[in-house]
Ligand binder design. Sequence first.
Ligand code: BGC
Length: 734
Amino acid sequence: MKKLKTALFCLIVGTGLQASAQTIKPIYLDNTKPIEERVGNALSLMTLEEKVEMCYAQSKFSSKGVPRLGIPEVWTDDGPHGVREEVFWNEWGGAHWTNDSCTAFPALTCLAATFNPETAHLYGISVGEEARYRNKTVLLGPGVNIYRTPLNGRNFEYMGEDPYLSSRIVIPYIQGVQQNGVAACVKHYALNNQEEWRGHINVNLSDRALHEIYLPAFKAAVEEGKVWAIMGAYNQLRGQHCCHNDLLLNKILKTDWKFDGVVISDWGGVHNTDQAVNNGLDLEMGTYTNGLTTNGSLPYSEYYLANPFLRGIKSGKYNVEMLNNKVSRILRMIFHTTMSPNRPYGKFVSPEHSDAARRIAEEGIVLLKNDNRFFPISAGKYQKIAVIGDNSTRSLTVGGGSSSLKAQYEVSPLAGLIAKYGKDQIVYSKGYASGQMKYGHEETSKQNADSLMNAAVETAKNADVVLFFGGLNKNHFQDSEGSDRKTYNLPFGQDKLIEALLKVNKNIAVILVSGNAVAMPWVKDVHAIVQSWYLGSEAGNAIANVLSGAVNPSGKLPFSFPKKLEDNAAHSYGTLSYPGDSINEYYKEDILVGYRWFDTKKIAPQFAFGFGLSYTTFEYGKIVTDKKTYSIDETIKVSFTLKNSGKADGAEAVQVYASQSKASVMRPAKELKAFKKVYLKAGEAQTVELEVKVKDLAFFNEKTHSWTVEPGEFILCNAASSSDVKSSVILQVY
Ligand code: BGC
């Protein structure tokens, strides 16, 4: 009886306590309350010092929360192709954990080459799950800087040359990441389109180029992707560093686009307290570390947004509202992520992630040339397949700067091909050597180039077919952060090697592993060319599936391949246009970037934007629109038939481009306005339907500083690439 009474007492008191705990639960912890109310409440409970402490780093990748209130720290991590290993508190170096080896997903160039927003969603979900499992608040990616020059060392981390394609791909990536309760951080805002002098180069360009070419993907990330964080770029725009640039951050991002998330600096991208306070930066990271390789020379408390900010507020120099605004943004992001009750648990290196990585890779590989049906090579077709080239064995998930990954595994192309064809069918020779990957400097190989070449020639001589795996790698001066490429040509003597191989065996295909276009002096001489990107953990399996025909390639180029460097718009204007004079750089090509330049100036590229072959063939019907005339607020419904006229099932990324017949300003010959990946069985036909909003036919009007659609005649065409137009239709806008 006594026991029962005690139990009853406990129950009553317990329930009462629970009730009173509930009633006194502060609003910021109450998930049923609107987020803005929670933010306001948390702010009201914080001291000035606690607020300032949230605005700058406490370690290499993290910033403080408010431990007294149970508000967690913010933990960021690279991004964008997988979740980077843990590093020491105050160093870039890996901390040698044994539980942080991730799945490496394909590079974003590959994702863009899929031309498939659904695949981008799969990518975002998968990498977001890995970031969530590792308990990250922010994944530092994706990157959407526009491909302006093939020399940019970081193009492999971005989504190509077209603002529309990158906009459509970035949105689902962000949504996929963020549905895991992890913030995506779209980067590098903006105009970090080269690595050379990236820390200070001052970009000069027209408002039109800024809005039409370089900002749309960021805008889509904010307005449609609802991204929770954005990273400022290292470079300057019009005399101000982008991490505290009034125009980019206060005016465009926060006022025009109504961004309510966090502006995070690139690591070491902040240079001035007044500007950091007033020009829209919220969270300062990586200062006094050059953003790169060295340890801090000053403590975190001396960051621009640390004690100097606090002192400024106390002395009345800075308005406390500025501080509250920054902290509100950080709190909002924390409520969306680590303090969200709906945060799932994530997954790490799961079979689903390997599967996703492989599928994305398979879908992004681009078949550029395939004479006499060189590919697919079915098992048993050849007795001896020579696999030649350093990129068939080299780890390519490692290197390249901040996107370098400690992958749990990486299937090399050679391993993938051996698994596919059997070890007795494959002979391997390295062919060329490219040295160790070292961040920040080039280390040339000590191996003898001639003997490597001679051995490869011998191997090729005795083989039925040669698969040459070359391209670039993640070394300094290749596809790497912190440096641009020095030349457009293939490095490490590969052109010479291909020439030598051709002399002994004509049955040769080149598989380029790179995130950039390269010169191809041998383009006519080889039977087949495949553009393979940095494909991550599943690289070898994906390549073997495509080369053997288990998967029919459907990737298309997200950027043009010029025949020679001077054919590229930025380069055709000389060094002031790229790379600049070390202080200033002028984007003289203006809006004519990528295929906009090639088409308008009638320069034939080596391979056009949007181009990619398949093992089957597709027949396009004539494009039609639902009407002939449209008002500005209407949507044009476009349709045409697409038939798989070949013998294999396959997918085609169909593209719709628009042009204006007569305009008051120069307009490019055509611009991508819609695309779709269409899957068709052999012999199957389908009516493809796409939509183009009339307002998307606008140009950025520098006179009125707004988007303008000029009434008149427009032409829409359906195309298999920017240089392969199938048919067109004329319509009027009134
Ligand atoms: C890079 C960023 C990266 C950051 C943190 C910087 O050097 O530019 O993209 O997220 O380092 O590693």
